[in-house]
Design a protein around this ligand. Structure first.
Ligand SMILES: *[C@@H]1O[C@H](CO)[C@@H](O)[C@H](O)[C@H]1NC(C)=O
Ligand SMILES: *[C@@H]1O[C@H](CO)[C@@H](O)[C@H](O)[C@H]1NC(C)=O
Ligand SMILES: *[C@@H]1O[C@H](CO)[C@@H](O)[C@H](O)[C@H]1NC(C)=O
Ligand SMILES: *[C@@H]1O[C@H](CO)[C@@H](O)[C@H](O)[C@H]1NC(C)=O
Ligand SMILES: *[C@@H]1O[C@H](CO)[C@@H](O)[C@H](O)[C@H]1NC(C)=O
Ligand SMILES: *[C@@H]1O[C@H](CO)[C@@H](O)[C@H](O)[C@H]1NC(C)=O
Ligand SMILES: *[C@@H]1O[C@H](CO)[C@@H](O)[C@H](O)[C@H]1NC(C)=O
Ligand SMILES: *[C@@H]1O[C@H](CO)[C@@H](O)[C@H](O)[C@H]1NC(C)=O
Ligand SMILES: *[C@@H]1O[C@H](CO)[C@@H](O)[C@H](O)[C@H]1NC(C)=O
Ligand SMILES: *[C@@H]1O[C@H](CO)[C@@H](O)[C@H](O)[C@H]1NC(C)=O
Ligand SMILES: *[C@@H]1O[C@H](CO)[C@@H](O)[C@H](O)[C@H]1NC(C)=O
Length: 338
């Protein structure tokens, strides 16, 4: 065993290019092939067959790059093994009926280290926990079954983020314009930020969607969708700072504008990727920069291999290949980094 490991280390050392030897830190150039590959949803038509999706809203990749897809209008979560173009349903019967076997408009997911999923079951105004391999889900937040703004209620919750060590769950409670913090094992959440009415002021949110936890800066990156910007909320403060988009809330398709951004994520270097939904494109912002470049989609709202239609979410694998929920085209596209 030790010999094998030593052999691998030696091999890695030998194949390491000479030119990088004297360079202490090498920043790889980030670029993606602008032609996407369809990895799920191959029929081009919405539907509920095993190779079809209907308005897929989010994607999660596990350690083996198997895909979990929030198949929103089919009210189910589909799993696609890596490289396989037929999916299986892991939870959600597709029938609209409030129970632990059903979901309504599932919009976002997050996976914990044991491969369990948290699912924002948006139109049931609750967050569900799916134990790995179960055929049911359990309610962890929004237990009342009725939308509202009290501490055990949610109102069309969307984005969710999970603290990897504390297990604290953060929820973007869209129609309450607030971010809630939920401790596992309790039936109540606490207000973290917002909840003071919709607005563009830096103490308010306006229909927040995607949520991304940035441990490095102890903050949440929030897609402040209705006012077309991405903001950062640092824990312990009561204001946000602008990360991308227009501070006054204007929509646009320039390099400094966004139009109804639904999700924003960071890579390990702090670069920002935005599902710029109504511009039918994915924008990339180098860490600290407010000028974005388009890395997927052309702005045209069609269904070719280089265009997107109303993309709602995006994820990166460990190689920084980009996966896009090309929602309006009922497919998941993968854009290879090269
Ligand atoms: C991009 O992908 C297309 C289609 O798979 C392929 O033909 C092309 O060579 C790729 N380009 C690069 C730069 O990898
Ligand atoms: C897989 O999808 C194809 C269509 O792409 C379909 O013809 C086939 O029946 C599906 N296989 C299974 C096992 O569902
Ligand atoms: C799947 O789609 C078919 C054809 O549209 C429909 O008849 C059926 O009810 C759907 N099944 C579910 C579970 O939604
Ligand atoms: C859900 O379905 C079950 C059995 O199919 C039925 O008895 C029940 O009334 C339904 N509930 C709702 C809320 O529609
Ligand atoms: C869920 O799984 C259990 C145990 O395997 C089974 O008895 C039950 O019928 C399943 N329920 C549904 C709704 O699939
Ligand atoms: C909470 O809901 C109640 C009842 O609908 C409403 O009167 C109140 O203004 C809401 N509070 C906030 C902060 O939105
Ligand atoms: C949470 O609510 C459920 C359903 O009402 C109840 O069964 C459970 O005991 C409650 N848990 C706590 C910690 O209060
Ligand atoms: C935001 O609103 C609060 C309360 O209305 C106000 O005190 C504060 O000055 C406003 N901040 C900005 C930047 O406009
Ligand atoms: C916000 O957008 C508006 C309309 O496009 C523009 O006039 C304004 O300069 C922008 N603000 C900033 C700070 O770029
Ligand atoms: C950007 O918006 C302008 C004006 O609204 C429009 O003329 C142009 O076609 C748009 N560009 C793209 C790539 O969609
Ligand atoms: C798609 O683009 C066409 C032509 O620019 C426009 O008329 C249509 O409203 C667009 N549809 C969506 C969903 O953006």
């Amino acid at each position: 065993m030790l010999l094998i490991i030593a052999g691998i280390i030696l091999l890695l050392f030998l194949i390491k290019p000479k030119s990088t030897k004297s360079v202490p830190s090498y920043t790889p150039e980030l670029r993606w092939n602008s032609t996407g590959m369809t990895v799920a949803g191959t029929s081009s038509m919405p539907g509920n067959a095993s190779h079809q999706l209907n308005d897929p809203a989010d994607i999660i990749l596990d350690y083996e790059n198997n895909l979990y897809i929030a198949d929103r209008k089919n009210n189910r979560i589909q799993k696609y093994l890596f490289g396989i173009l037929n999916g299986t349903t892991v939870t959600g019967s597709g029938i609209y009926n409030y129970s632990q076997y059903q979901l309504s408009n599932p919009a976002r997911m997050i996976m914990d280290s044991n491969r369990n999923l948290y699912i924002s079951d948006t139109s049931y105004h609750r967050i569900q926990f799916w134990p790995n391999n179960a055929n049911y889900t359990m309610t962890v937040a929004g237990i009342t079954n009725i939308y509202g703004n009290s501490s055990n209620q949610l109102y069309y919750p969307i984005g969710i983020a999970l603290h990897p060590t504390s297990g604290e769950l953060y929820i973007s409670d869209q129609f309450n314009h607030r971010i809630m913090s939920h401790t596992s094992g309790t039936n109540f959440s606490t207000l973290l930020f917002g909840g003071n009415g919709a607005g563009i002021n830096n103490t308010k949110l306006y229909y927040p969607y995607g949520l991304h936890l940035d441990l490095f800066s102890n903050s949440l990156i929030i897609a402040n969708t209705f006012v077309n910007n991405i903001v950062r909320y640092v824990f312990g403060t009561n204001t946000w700072t602008l990360v991308a988009g227009n501070i006054s809330g204007f929509a646009g398709n320039t390099s400094t504008h966004l139009n109804s951004p639904y999700e924003a994520i960071l890579d390990p270097m702090g670069n920002l990727y935005v599902a710029d939904r109504n511009n039918h494109r994915i924008q990339f912002f180098k860490a600290g920069q407010s000028n974005g470049i388009t890395i997927a989609g052309t702005g045209a709202n069609s269904s070719s291999a280089t265009t997107l239609l109303l993309p709602r979410s995006l994820r990166l694998d460990s190689q920084l290949n980009l996966y896009v929920a090309d929602t309006g085209n009922h497919r998941i596209l993968k854009f290879l980094r090269y």
